[in-house]
Design a protein around this ligand. Structure first.
Ligand code: GSH
Length: 213
């Protein structure tokens, strides 16, 4: 059955892979599923046809037959559930991998997004310079905890899983800030994710869209 996802017609990051279609592409590449991409403009994202797929007018969406999903957590989980390669077979290990997906999205991503918002969307506000150190500190606290848990392991819980895919995707947004450099095992963890052939294919595919003339 054909899988179709949506992505930005022009990603605001110019193809750095930070738009969230990249994590969905990555999951599909990991499990070897072909997919099609429908590109949407910012205007089209807020129109009824897209809102019927995504109530918040965002990308990515995922369609497979008569199933339509939004939210990358749900989409990556669907892919991981249906195709081997992203979740362990052992029931407890599987539950732990899913826990890491939630941890990435619910515990690690929010302070990272807060920092991105402070730096990009709120950079012109008079209070931003005063607030920024607090926001950065919240990110560092989370990274410290995550780094302590990861230790010198390659992945968060045994072999690479959808939990790592989501965690690396979330951490990638920090690369330009330089904060990751303060946590060498996390920087190496992210690099390990980026070195995966499936990630490289996903990155190249989104970059091709965003660097075309
Ligand atoms: N929690 C959602 C977030 C989706 C999201 O923020 N998408 C961004 C692109 S990465 C978007 O569409 N932004 C445009 C907008 O909100 O208008 C998910 O994980 O899918």
């Amino acid at each position: 059955m054909t899988i179709t996802i949506t992505a930005f017609e022009r990603s605001p990051d110019g193809g750095m892979g930070l738009a969230r279609d990249t994590r969905v592409r990555w999951a599909l590449e990991e499990v070897g599923q072909p997919y099609e991409v429908r590109l949407v403009s910012f205007r089209a994202m807020k129109e009824p046809a897209h809102l019927a797929l995504h109530p918040f007018g965002q990308i990515p969406t995922y369609q497979e037959g008569d199933l339509a999903l939004f939210e990358t957590g749900a989409i990556v989980f669907r892919i991981a559930e249906r195709h081997a390669g992203l979740l362990p077979k052992n029931a407890n290990a599987r539950a732990r991998a899913i826990t890491w997906m939630f941890a990435a999205l619910n515990t690690v991503e929010p302070p990272i997004l807060e920092l991105a918002n402070a730096k990009i969307l709120e950079s012109d506000k008079p209070w931003t310079q005063e607030r920024l150190p607090l926001v950065e500190e919240r990110v560092r606290d989370r990274l410290q905890q995550l780094a302590a848990r990861l230790g010198d392991a390659d992945w968060l819980d045994g072999g690479f899983s959808a939990g790592d895919l989501m965690m690396v995707s979330v951490l990638l947004r920090l690369k330009p800030s330089g904060i990751l450099k303060g946590f060498p095992n996390l920087a190496t963890y992210v690099a390990r994710g980026e070195a995966r052939p499936a990630y490289k294919r996903a990155f190249a595919a989104q970059a091709a869209v965003n660097t075309r003339k």
